[in-house]
Design a protein around this ligand. Structure first.
Ligand SMILES: *[C@@H]1O[C@H](CO)[C@@H](O)[C@H](O)[C@H]1NC(C)=O
Ligand SMILES: *[C@@H]1O[C@H](CO)[C@@H](O)[C@H](O)[C@H]1NC(C)=O
Ligand SMILES: *[C@@H]1O[C@H](CO)[C@@H](O)[C@H](O)[C@H]1NC(C)=O
Ligand SMILES: *[C@@H]1O[C@H](CO)[C@@H](O)[C@H](O)[C@H]1NC(C)=O
Length: 428
């Protein structure tokens, strides 16, 4: 979904002091250092569009760790030019060893701007034009070496008339037709879908219809995707089969594009081993620029905003192995934690919440530390001055010595505004 961009202003005012507090589970987010959950995979570092068609327009230093999606026009006679845009974006993604998600419906021409001139494959059971498109696309993908590092997303948000203004049954028939064509002509290239505008829900006929259709036609996607941008709180439903390779291909509504919410989403994508592309709330030409709201520019010079600094820390500092975490039971505070070489890094994030929470770090002995003592914790603050506000590296708020007993270290997180967030680090 695309909307105009309201400006958010963050007020960064928080202090971390050596204060032991007692709180209910509703406000505790935990780390268990004894449970290794594997390598960080930067699953949340995807962007929807956000990449200019002009190569190197955004300096490469801003891309690290991201994934990209491509642009759109068969039905308007603009296929060739738009395929070149896709190819350019794919090459940018490959330069950074990122996975590329090709939105086939955009290249067909139904990217939401088609209006009443939209053409939807399979009307009256006729797939002639669609087959010509699929054959051209398959040939172009093969000719340009685009059969690895790519996922083919067949149709974006078919449950919205802005993207699919034809009967639901025609969508299911189109899906089956496309999957059978692609499996026959591009075996092994993963197919993604259904990219519905809603999370899986047993009361939603698009989901139930989709699942029963792919079951009976044997056309299940390799990667299930959907969008999660509503105002409702987090859900953990997922469709059956292949649970380890789901993609939320648009995440975070516009108000959640700030450092704290970004960290909250990162924590959850990492915990559930799911991948996500950030939603893009810019409009017009800006859609294909600014890495989906992580950058802005002054003249022609790009700069990073405070949220980019979170993704940069996530991609470049949070190395080593992941450890198990839990979010607060009110589901509004969470953390992502890694153990690197002699250092633990914990990125906390709240979902548009203020209040005092507790970070509880369990099983310190798993790192060879004593079960009681003192640990010097460094705090780094990620501030936010809005999407168009430049921010440098997180500020170092200094070291606080925390005493602990019982193999558990706890200290408070003072979430005094809804956008600022923190990373805590300690050596062992
Ligand atoms: C995510 O993957 C890790 C590593 O394979 C595993 O330990 C963990 O249980 C997985 N999490 C979920 C929720 O499946
Ligand atoms: C599709 O999903 C959107 C987003 O949740 C919802 O508002 C809309 O009602 C759905 N449309 C249909 C036709 O089910
Ligand atoms: C980790 O900590 C929890 C809670 O403090 C404890 O129940 C559990 O036994 C510990 N695990 C290990 C492997 O020590
Ligand atoms: C914590 O920092 C203090 C002050 O720099 C230092 O004296 C102390 O040895 C440190 N403690 C640990 C456990 O590293």
């Amino acid at each position: 979904m695309i909307a105009s961009l309201p400006f958010l202003v963050g007020i960064a005012a928080a202090a971390v002091v050596n204060l032991e507090s007692r709180q209910t589970a509703a406000q505790i987010t935990t780390v268990d250092l004894s449970v290794n959950t594997g390598s960080p995979i930067r699953r949340a570092s995807g962007v929807l569009y956000g990449v200019p068609d002009t190569k190197n327009q955004i300096p490469s230093s801003f891309y690290t760790g991201a994934q990209f999606t491509g642009a759109t026009g068969w039905i308007f006679g603009g296929y060739t030019a738009r395929f070149q845009d896709v190819l350019s974006n794919f090459q940018t993604a490959r330069q950074f060893n990122a996975q590329f998600i090709l939105k086939m419906s955009d290249l067909w021409g139904t990217d939401g701007t088609q209006g009443a001139n939209g053409v939807y494959p399979g009307a009256n059971g006729d797939f002639t034009e669609f087959d010509a498109y699929l054959a051209q696309l398959v040939a172009d993908l093969k000719a340009n070496g685009m059969t690895t590092n790519i996922k083919l997303l067949i149709w974006n948000e078919p449950n919205l008339t802005a993207f699919w203004n034809a009967p639901q049954a025609q969508y299911f028939a189109m899906w089956n037709h496309a999957v059978q064509f692609l499996r026959a002509h591009l075996p092994g290239v993963p197919i993604a879908g259904p990219a519905l505008a809603t999370a899986p829900n047993s009361a939603d006929t698009w989901w139930t219809g989709f699942l029963s259709n792919v079951k009976s036609a044997n056309t299940a996607p390799d990667v299930y995707t959907w969008h999660h941008e509503g105002s409702s709180k987090r859900r953990e439903q997922r469709p059956p089969d292949k649970p380890a390779c789901n993609v939320i291909d648009e995440y975070a509504n516009v108000g959640e594009q700030n450092p704290s919410s970004a960290a909250w989403w990162i924590a959850r994508f990492e915990r559930f081993n799911m991948s996500g592309l950030r939603g893009n709330w810019l409009s017009g030409a800006n859609l294909q620029d600014f890495l989906s709201g992580l950058l802005w520019k002054s003249g022609s010079t790009y700069f990073a905003n405070g949220e980019w600094q979170v993704y940069n820390y996530y991609a470049t500092s949070m190395t080593g192995f992941r450890v198990a975490t839990t979010g607060s039971t009110d589901r509004l505070m969470d953390n992502f934690a890694v153990v690197g070489t002699n250092i633990v890094r914990i990125l906390v994030g709240g979902r548009l919440v203020t209040g005092t929470y507790t970070l509880q770090i369990k099983n310190l002995s798993a790192l060879g530390l004593a079960t009681s003592g003192t640990i010097n914790v460094t705090t780094r603050q990620f501030s936010f001055a809005g999407t168009e506000g430049q921010e440098g590296a997180p500020s170092n708020l200094g070291v606080v010595a925390h005493t602990y007993t019982g193999n558990v270290l706890s200290f408070p997180i003072f979430q005094t505004d809804t956008v600022t967030t923190w990373a805590f680090e300690f050596n062992f």
